[in-house]
Design a protein around this ligand. Structure first.
Ligand code: SF4
Length: 223
């Protein structure tokens, strides 16, 4: 959110500078040349470098890699020391892409058995999507694109039990059964809350999230 705010400020200032310099943006582009906005928008980098956001992200850069390399307990201890006792002077790197670390169905021994949502402290996915006020324009092109539409059922389902059914926080992806008993992959794109997990996590790297038309998406009230 903060990076989006900084970006908005940089764009606003660039437009304002264009208005001041030439009366309007078109005139500024003519008088300053085609690289006008490129030149003006470098202020975004400066704004980011000078914000608390950069410091906060830098200080937590080792969190994920430490958990992956050292495990829950040692990684947790490392992170506690790094963030609360003294800053370690080096950066851990996590070179394994998230999508390639997923265990296959055969290798997964842990079968989680989470309690059902109680409607007080815990809620089911679709009621959480409802409070996000997610809206997409009707009839727009799908913003979740499959490179190969056969992969979810033919590859992901037998190998990983199609994890999109579970990692998507909005229940967008479902495996449905046809009348003849065959399976099909259903995408309820209108529910998407734009977290982009599917783009990153799909083990076959078959899903691409693109920006939806019309500025649709979640719209959390009072934020
Ligand atoms: S972007 Fe997030 S909410 Fe949207 S389909 Fe992908 S995983 Fe689901």
């Amino acid at each position: 959110m903060k990076s989006g705010m900084l970006c908005g400020e940089a764009v606003f200032e660039a437009i304002q500078a264009g208005v001041e310099k030439g009366g309007d943006i078109a005139v500024a582009r003519v008088t300053e040349g085609e690289d006008f906005f490129e030149k003006e928008l470098t202020s975004y980098t400066d704004k980011f470098d000078n914000s608390w956001l950069k410091e906060e992200l830098y200080n937590s850069r080792n969190f994920g890699p430490a958990m992956h390399k050292f495990g829950q307990w040692f990684g947790g201890a490392f992170n506690f020391i790094d963030q609360n006792v003294f800053k370690v002077p080096f950066t851990l790197h996590d070179l394994v892409p998230d999508f390639s670390a997923l265990k296959t169905v055969d290798a997964a021994t842990f079968k989680p058995n989470y309690p059902k949502p109680d409607g007080k402290l815990t809620f089911d996915r679709l009621s959480s999507v409802f409070v996000s006020n997610t809206v997409h324009e009707e009839n727009q092109p799908a913003h979740l694109k499959l490179t190969n539409p056969d992969i979810p059922v033919n590859v992901n389902l037998p190998k990983w039990d199609e994890p999109a059914q579970r990692y998507c926080p909005a229940g967008v992806y479902e495996i449905m059964e046809n009348d003849d008993g065959s399976k099909r992959f259903q995408i309820n794109a209108a529910n998407c809350v734009h977290c982009k997990t599917c783009d990153i996590k799909d083990p076959s790297q078959n899903i691409t999230w693109v920006t939806p038309e019309g500025g649709g998406g979640p719209n959390y009230p009072n934020m």
